[in-house]
Every structure is written in C-alpha cells, then in structure tokens.
Design a protein around this ligand. Sequence first.
Ligand SMILES: NC(=O)NC(NC(N)=O)C(=O)[O-]
Ligand SMILES: [Zn+2]
Ligand SMILES: [Zn+2]
Length: 476
Amino acid sequence: MNKPFDVVIKNGTVVLADCVRRLDIGIRDGKIAALGENLTVSELTAIYDAEHLHVMPGMVDAHVHFNEPALGHWEGFATGSASLAAGGCTTYIDMPLNGVPPTVRLSALASKLEAAEGASYVDYALWGGLVPGNVGQLQGLAEAGVVGFKAFMSCPGGEGEDIFAEVDDLTLYEGMKEIARLGKVLALHAESEAIVSRLAAQAKTEGRRGALDYVATRPILAELEAVNRALFYAEQTGCKLHFVHISSAEAVQVITEAKARGMDVTVETCPHYLALTSADLERLGPLAKCAPPLRSAEDQERLWAKVAEGALNIIASDHSPCPTTMKQGDMFEAWGGISCAQSSLELMLDEGHLRRGIPLTEIARMLSLEPAKRFGLHPRKGEITLGADADLALVDLNLAYTLEQSDLLYRHKHSPYIGKTFGCRVKATYVRGAKVYEIGEEVTAKAEGSWVRHADTALVYSAIAAASAIGGESHE
Ligand SMILES: NC(=O)NC(NC(N)=O)C(=O)[O-]
Ligand SMILES: [Zn+2]
Ligand SMILES: [Zn+2]
C-alpha cells in the first residue's frame, strides 16, 4: 500500500501536454504521483478544491534579470521570485547580466548562487554569459550546471567596470564553436549594433528624442540582420541557438526557414510585443521602453499570426527591472527593460486564450513545456505528468480584475499594465507540492526555491572528460 498523498488538487480542469481534462492531481514528496478521477484521500492529505479552476503547469520563465549580486536595490531574488509566484511561475532562468559581477566566470557564478540561496520562493536555473575574452570560462560554467549561454549582439547598457559587453563577430564565432562542443544552447539578443548605434547617434544630433524616434532607431531591419548573421555563424559551427525576445514576424519567418533547413534553433517572444504597441510607448513613456522596441499595431498583428501558426517556441517575460526613477525622463537615456514577471501567464491567457482563442495546450507549450525541454529542465519541470515536480499554477479564467500598483510584488512597483483589466487571474501557485502563493493571503511560504541544473550536467561532462582524455579536445 502506497503512503497517502500529501496533497490532492481536486476537481480541477488540468492542462496536459496534449489535452485538457478534468482530473485530480495526487502529490507525494513534491512529485506528481497520480492523475485520475476521484483520487482517494486520507485524513493526512491536504485538499485544494480546484472546482472551476484550470490547473496549468507552472510557467518556466526562461528570461528574467534579477540584478543580484550588487544591484539587489533594483530587484532581488526575494522580490522577483515572489512576483513570479504570484504570476503562476514556478521556475525561472536568471540572465547573466545586470548583477555585478555578471555570470561570465565560475567565481561570479558562485556569487550569484550565494545571493539566490535561501532567497527564492520558486525554483531557478541560471544562464552563463558569453562576452569578449571569456571563451575559456564556458566549460567550467557548463560543468557547474548553467543551462546555456547568453550573448548580446548590441550594447546591453549598464555602467561600471565589470559590465556585460556585447560580442564582436569573432567572439561570436569562437564562442559558438565552444558552446557547440559543450552541447549547450547560445541565447542571443539579436539587434545589429552597427545599425542601432548609427541611427541613435543621428537621432540625437538632430534632436529627435520622442517615443517614435526611439523606435525608429531600432528598426526590424536591425533585428533581421543580426538574426541572419547569427544563423550564418551557427551554420559554420553547428551551435544550437535560441533567439530571445524576437519582436517581428519577419525574424520569426527567417528562423522558421532555418529550422526547415535542419538547423537547431528556437525562437522566443515576450508578452509585451503581443500586448503593447509603439502607441503605448508614446502613451506610457519610458515605462514601456525595451529593446527591441514595441512595434506598430500592424507588426503586432503579424506577430500574433505567427503565434497562432505555432511558430514561436517560447514566451518569456524578459523582466528587466530598475528603480522607477530610471524609467522616467528622456526616452533615450531611460533604462531599457519592462517589468513583467508577475503578469506573463495572465497576459498570455487573457490576450492569447480568452481574446484570440489560442488553445490552453499551446499557451502551456510556449510558457512551460518548450522552455523546460530546450534548457535541460524537462521532465522534472514544464509539464503536468507522472513523476514530474508538482509545479502548478491554479488559474480562474472567469475572474476579471484590474491590476493595481498595490498588487505588484516587485522591488519597484511599476508596470505598463497597471490599470489593465485582465479576464483571468492566478489563484494559487505550488512548487514541488508546496503552496507558495494564494491570492489574498500574505506570503507565508518560506523561500525554499532551489537551484536546478541542466539535466545533462553530469552525463555530458563525463563524456567531455572522456573525449579530452583521448586527447581530442583542447580549450583556452
Ligand atoms: N540589460 C538588459 O537587461 N537588457 C534587457 N532590456 C530590454 N530588453 O530592453 C534585454 O534583455 O535586452
Ligand atoms: Zn535582450
Ligand atoms: Zn533580457
């Protein structure tokens, strides 16, 4: 006789990988132990009645910037992860930049892990960074368990000595060779620095400093050029690529064609390219500034058509927070980045499912399943299936609410979505079977999120060690 379930989520409408079904979810030792109708409970079992709720796999947010170490006063693991929990996210992958030092060498990874330890309400994985001069650091970072590497093709911004610099073409090429050898994915911020820096300089000289002037300095052409150049180097090196925050249907199309040629490449967009336009940037000012910028309503429709076709692999928040004062004033000087950690799942359910009829299985594929698979976290994460971690978002698709500033759990409570009415709301979030968020309750959970390494970490690196012992490989 099995021991009783610790928790049963009863009577919910459960979003599985390929269908949506009314099921109970039995949880034992943090894992999904049973999926069935009318599961038997004992007096020791905690029951959550999910009648009228949908149970989705917790979002796996592949793109957040949590600013620690050193810039925790922008956003920290505690506030950032609490907002993710409130938004139905159960695992995130923290970007290697905007904390100091950036995660581009092992000692920096150690500082990152120290900052995260005991601070996160949900589970987390980490990106390493590729920057000029650190190709020799990548193997160590990969062996330690980063899920992949991130590089910028345009200047990321930021100040100080230990900044995260964009890659030159040779670093991109050499980095891809090494990342291909390590079997990891390179994630790219794809905008041509040559194009955007020239256009920004021209706009400044001519005194054009408005919202649409900013948008015009970062045209779709700059995204397309960078995507094509990166695909060229990937063809030369065999490196797996992931394009983060793609803003245009044109770039999605180029990536789709690369997939059809057999390239191992994936594409991400963010809720803001689907929920906001350049007209919102004019209305909201720097609060809605990001790079690549928000596009026109027509461009946005074309991107939605790509989502509807199933051409997008991943949707991630690109939560890139900062103090509110840095999101005010001059459009060109303000910080680029939108705070979205708390709203991604609700935005995609509201705009995608409720308004546009995108199936719930598709939303779950882009927000949970594909990011977990692409970055080595599946089958533990990303799917409601037997044996997986019980990471769940319980959502009410009939509970409309208007987002208020006081709802936000960010360190700095700004968001372009304050005042927006959502047609749905996350009611509760579970991580490994423990409730980490419930609407209307204080956050009483302990910060027990833990670091999740790439699933292949041990396997792949014994293979690399064996290859090195045979004498094949060398690295800087
Ligand atoms: N330094 C940043 O966090 N930049 C981010 N900012 C955006 N997207 O505006 C990004 O991911 O590129
Ligand atoms: Zn970026
Ligand atoms: Zn980002």
